[in-house]
Design a protein around this ligand. Structure first.
Ligand SMILES: Nc1ncnc2c1ncn2[C@@H]1O[C@H](COP(=O)(O)OP(=O)(O)O)[C@@H](O)[C@H]1O
Ligand SMILES: [Mg+2]
Length: 585
């Protein structure tokens, strides 16, 4: 399963694709931009106001300025407050909407991916794509837009003001500014490296804890406490050390930057007051210049981080889009599979899970008629599960075809095909919900309660369910941990019975039951099996003696077919298995 696209997408394509997620929010985007423009204007106006404030109000005692300047200060901050709120609020609005949309798409994708994909996937990784990557992508997209619009406008406004006050000083600033910028960038780069290390070391800490919690029984029995404490100490200590380094760098960061700014300020003050470079400025003009210069540092710093932010977003976006571009299950059939199911025909079926590896099934030819019960036996690993998985197309076969009612299964819609099949798989999966909801899964609450009760009685599950204090409303816990293996299997059988589909597949469905309970479940199932087509993978041979047909499998081949009696009489494989089995029990 190749997850990596053959052609690596161009960074600009990824970014453009990211921006398409913002498109639906044009209105909010316009508000946010308006807010950013307003914010940028107030920054520059505040610096500009220094001139009338100092020259007018203080130096010349201009009575107009004395009234006018305080009013403008209030006005500027009102506009700044509203504009700042609008830009933050609406960018965040867009950001979270994009996160929601991305999560929705990735989740839907997960539901549509073929079973094969999950064989090689780590669930932790798949979860973090939805939770973490989507958030990083959206944050990068909105913060880069904010930087591009708000900070660059602010910078342009402030620079324009500075040039207007004194182009000579501004030119000096343009020489000193970038040098300071470079140093600041150096410092913050180190800062970023350390914070990445902290994230990793935090991951190590949680990893050790998780293992200690999950493996508590193994640790106890094998006396692993000291080993685990050691592991934890290492992770814990390195986390502490990285955090201290971060603190040191962070604490140094501010005074270093302030020092650099002070140096720049000192140079400008010297140049302005010595009168060498610039013509003499008024106090107000000079303060206006200096204010603009100081206000300029923040947006400039953010503008220099723009590229790394974009890279962040692109890196997270690439994984996300690669996931969205994975191929879904192929569901191109248009025919509706409708009962009755008259024949199921496996025609030269071959299956290979991994290309380059040998087939796990080959040349399987098999005809199953309506109402028949067909049992599959064979050593573990002989391909029984693989074979029955092909019928609901959990995997697609690599050779041959499977026909139901004379039509290849691929020509039916996936939904109608799977609708016709009830399946109890070898490992039971239960949702962390009530027993009743687990059994009625797929009915969306529209099942007949008496049918549910009957299904549970048939599956021999009713009695143990009624013994729980909450009965059918008992929560089964994560993947059914509150139930024993045998109870889980009976719940799964009840779920399959309730589905009432014409084809029933039971893959070692009673393997965790004791002989007595298995016999009871068997009795219940017998009536059911007589009215539908059943494929049973047998765990105990004694359970399939009455099957219409027994298929003996060995290393992916069907080696014998016949009834119990026929196979015992002239088969070799089956009678050997039978012999082994009678010796064992
Ligand atoms: N999802 C899978 N990916 C790769 N190989 C698999 C997968 N499932 C089963 N196999 C391999 O296919 C062979 C048949 O397995 P299976 O059908 O589970 O046998 P059985 O049900 O008879 O015990 C085994 O060798 C097993 O390792
Ligand atoms: Mg199996």
């Amino acid at each position: 399963m190749s997850e990596v696209n053959q052609d690596v997408p161009k960074a600009s394509d990824t970014y453009r694709r990211l921006l398409t997620y913002i498109k639906p929010f044009k209105r909010q985007f316009a508000y946010a931009i308006a807010g950013m423009i307003g914010y940028a204007i107030t920054e520059a106006s505040f610096a500009a106001l220094m001139k009338p404030l100092l020259d007018g109000s203080f130096v010349e005692q201009d009575s107009q300025a004395i009234v006018f300047v305080p009013l403008v200060i209030i006005l500027i901050f009102i506009i700044r407050g509203v504009a700042g709120f609008a830009s933050t609020y609406y960018m965040s609005w867009i950001g979270w909407s994009v996160i929601k949309q991305l999560r929705k798409e990735v989740f839907a994708k997960y539901l549509s991916l073929p079973t094969r994909f999950y064989d090689n996937a780590s669930s932790g990784e798949l979860i973090s794509r939805i939770t973490f990557n989507s958030q990083r992508v959206a944050q990068a997209a909105s913060s880069t837009l904010t930087i591009m619009v708000r900070d660059s406008l602010t910078a342009i406004g402030l620079l324009a003001l500075m040039f207007w006050q004194s182009w000579q000083l501004s030119l000096c600033f343009l020489v000193i500014g970038p040098i300071i910028g470079l140093i600041v960038d150096r410092v913050s780069r180190q800062f970023r490296a350390v914070s990445r290390n902290i994230q990793d070391s935090m991951g190590d800490v949680s990893h050790v804890i998780q293992e200690a919690v999950d493996g508590s029984r193994v640790i106890k029995i094998f006396g692993g406490q000291a080993t685990e404490e050691n592991h934890f100490e290492m992770a814990n200590e390195s986390n502490r050390a990285f955090n201290m380094r971060e603190t040191a760098i962070r604490a140094l960061n501010v005074p270093i930057i302030q020092m650099l700014v002070a140096i720049a300020l000192a140079i400008i003050v010297y140049l302005a007051s010595s009168g060498g470079i610039a013509e003499r400025l008024s106090v107000g003009e000079f303060m206006s210049f200096v204010t603009a210069m100081l206000l300029l540092f923040q947006p400039l710093r953010r503008l220099t981080s723009l590229n790394s932010q974009i890279q962040n977003g692109i890196a997270a976006g690439e994984t996300l889009f690669a996931t969205l571009d994975l191929e879904s299950e192929i569901d191109t059939g248009v025919k509706q599979l409708e009962p009755p199911i008259t024949t199921i025909y496996f025609k030269d079926v071959g299956l290979r899970y991994v290309s380059g590896k040998p087939n796990v099934l080959q040349n399987v030819n098999l005809t199953i008629k309506q109402g028949e019960t067909v049992a599959f036996v064979g050593e573990s690993g002989s391909g029984k599960t693989s074979l029955v998985n092909l019928l609901p197309r959990l995997y697609d076969l690599t050779e041959g075809s499977i026909e139901i009612n004379g039509v290849a299964t691929t020509e039916y819609t996936m939904a109608s095909l799977r609708d016709a099949i009830a399946y109890v798989s070898q490992d039971v999966m239960l949702f962390n919900d009530t027993i009743a909801n687990n059994i009625a899964y797929g009915f969306h609450g529209e099942h007949d309660p008496s049918a549910l009760l009957n299904a549970c009685k048939t599956a021999h599950a009713h009695d143990f369910i009624m013994d729980f204090p909450d009965q059918y409303e008992t929560m089964v816990g994560e993947n059914g941990v509150m139930l024993s293996g045998g109870q889980r299997q009976r719940v799964a059988i009840a779920r399959a019975i309730l589905k009432n589909a014409p084809i029933l597949i039971l893959d070692e469905a009673t393997s965790a039951l004791d002989t007595e309970s298995e016999r009871k479940v068997q009795q219940g199932l017998e009536a059911l099996m007589s009215t539908r087509t059943t494929l049973v993978v047998a765990h105990r041979l004694s359970t399939i003696e009455r099957a219409d047909k027994i298929i003996v499998m060995d290393k992916g081949n069907v080696v014998e077919v016949g009834s119990h009696r026929e196979l015992l009489a002239n088969g070799s494989h089956y009678s050997n298995l039978h012999q082994l089995h009678s010796d064992r029990t």
